[in-house]
Design a protein around this ligand. Structure first.
Ligand code: NAD
Length: 476
């Protein structure tokens, strides 16, 4: 008989189940972690991120083969610090019981909602913002008083290892634990009977995660992706719009869930808009090959996928605009230059799936009703951007469409407004977080009605008589 060898994956699976059991026990022992201790937990994260910011920048840079330090400072460390601070500052108010009115027919009594931690929760994080998308949900879960297990992405192993190290220094494993591994560990992770499972990643895997969670009736939050459209109304200057659309598209080399996926511009202005976007890209990231502010693609597989998408578009006859790029000067990086594709056919891969890279298809529309029709033909997107000088026009466009979130005249910033819910709708996800929405995601809202020792409701118990008739009249 051959003994089965323990692989890193199998030992991580054993660890997964042991830690889950220990976290369950720890939660039973302390069901209501005092608010002051939760605030201290959040402060520890804040201080750790400040102290280890350079280590995170280096780990993410190594994982991506090049990650702009500026982007990491803003979108990873800065974002996480702001989230932890905001949660800490509002926690007492969010966690307090919420009094509710009692109907006259049920008086006297007290009605209120207790906001209680759900218990032991799981967080599955993706690679594109490997620190922010692991730590921001962690902040929400710790604020709610939960015990937390995190499964970061296997595509960013150095960042995952660093997360494990720093969180291991701050918390005991029965409070916060990091489980590393690929799809097998991830699949095992999503089968654990957590009290809540929070998943960020592709729609395809989101569906698998939702099925696994359903087996345990584990509630899920799904933060997914999709094709986020950007629409320019006829009243808006296309060169002005290009300034922020180029930024939103090429930041993190387009590997942002809320990046503008494609642009819909007034018909006839596609080429001029495409050229304006390229000139803005050149202004922000000149000489991309040697420019440390321009981020690379996370893996060879994604790089090949983007190359094939653009080649297919080129072969189909679409005009492709691409920044000058000397690969020999890019060193050992997986850079992909800023690219615009003018009027690609809708059946190309580029228009069929989320691009998740620095490639912007530009299509023409014949007015906002036509643009809304194009958007509504696809799945409901995570974000939608509308550029118009008139707030009335922009709001009118919102009434014709649906999306997880919206930016008017600017992409992506809605996700930085802490008090707005961040999440998708339909194929782009379900549930939301950030600010109080994140706290509530990991909270059970427990309804309580407190009656005095003797309550008039006894009078409506059988046998039904005069008093019952009186109560019926009160209700009518
Ligand atoms: P990924 O490949 O890193 O996967 C995400 C996580 O899912 C990883 O931890 C991975 O191990 C895990 N996973 C893989 N197979 C699994 C399985 N069978 N069961 C359970 N878990 C499994 O990341 P990705 O999916 O390539 O991420 C990119 C996608 O994520 C894009 O579509 C993007 O739009 C979306 N995204 C959404 C948000 C948001 O907030 N809505 C944020 C970032 C990324």
């Amino acid at each position: 008989m051959t003994a089965e060898l323990a692989t890193p994956e199998s030992s991580e699976m054993d660890r997964l189940h042991t830690i889950f059991a220990n976290q369950k026990k720890a939660f039973e022992a302390e069901r209501h972690r005092p608010i002051e201790q939760r605030k201290a937990d959040l402060k520890k994260i804040e201080d750790m991120v400040k102290a280890r910011a350079d280590d995170f920048a280096a780990a993410i840079d190594a994982d991506f083969s090049r990650r702009s330090a500026g982007e990491t400072a803003v979108a990873e460390t800065g974002f996480t610090i702001a989230t932890a601070k905001h949660t800490r500052q509002h926690l007492s108010q969010w966690a307090s019981a919420k009094k509710k009115p009692v109907p006259m027919t049920l008086a006297p009594g007290k009605a209120y909602v207790r906001r209680e931690p759900k218990g032991v929760v799981g967080i599955i994080a993706p690679w594109n913002y490997p620190m922010q998308l692991a730590l921001a949900p962690l902040v929400a879960a710790l604020g709610a008083g939960c015990r937390v297990m995190i499964k970061p992405s296997e595509f960013t192993p150095r960042t995952s290892e660093l997360l494990r190290e720093v969180l291991g220094e701050l918390f005991s494993e029965d409070h916060v634990a990091v489980i590393e591994g690929g799809p097998d560990v991830a699949a095992a992770f999503s089968s654990v009977p957590f009290d809540h499972l929070f998943y960020t990643g592709s729609t395809h895997v989101g569906r698998i995660v939702a099925k696994a969670a359903a087996e345990n009736l584990t509630p899920v939050t799904l933060e997914l992706g999709g094709k986020s459209p950007t629409v320019i109304a006829p009243d808006f200057d296309i060169a002005e719009a290009a300034k922020t659309i180029a930024w939103g598209k090429f930041l993190n080399a387009g590997q942002t869930c809320v990046a503008p996926d494609y642009a819909l511009v007034p018909r006839g202005s596609e080429q001029a808009f495409g050229e304006a976007v390229m000139s803005e890209a050149d202004r922000m990231w000149p000489n991309v090959a040697e420019n440390d502010d321009y981020t690379a693609i996370v893996s060879e597989r994604h790089h090949t996928r983007l190359t094939e998408m653009v080649e297919e578009a080129r072969k189909s006859g679409a005009t492709v605009l691409q920044a000058d790029f000397e690969a020999s000067k890019a060193g050992n990086t997986r850079l992909f230059p800023p690219t615009v594709v003018i009027n690609p056919s809708r059946d190309l891969q580029l228009m069929q799936e989320e691009i998740f890279g620095p490639v912007l298809p530009v299509l023409g529309h014949d007015g906002l009703t036509d643009a809304a029709r194009t958007i509504n033909e696809g799945d409901r997107p995570l974000a939608l951007y509308i550029y118009s000088k008139s707030p009335r026009t922009a709001r009118g466009f919102l009434a014709k469409t649906m999306s997880g979130g919206v930016g008017v005249n600017v992409p992506m910033l809605h996700l930085s407004v802490e008090d707005l819910p961040f999440g998708g709708v339909g194929h782009s996800g379900q549930g939301a977080y950030h600010g109080e929405y994140g706290f509530l995601t990991f909270t059970h809202e427990r309804a309580v009605f407190e009656a005095p020792v003797w309550h008039p409701s006894r009078m409506i118990q059988p046998p039904y008589g005069k008093m019952f008739e009186f109560f019926k009249k009160l209700q009518a």
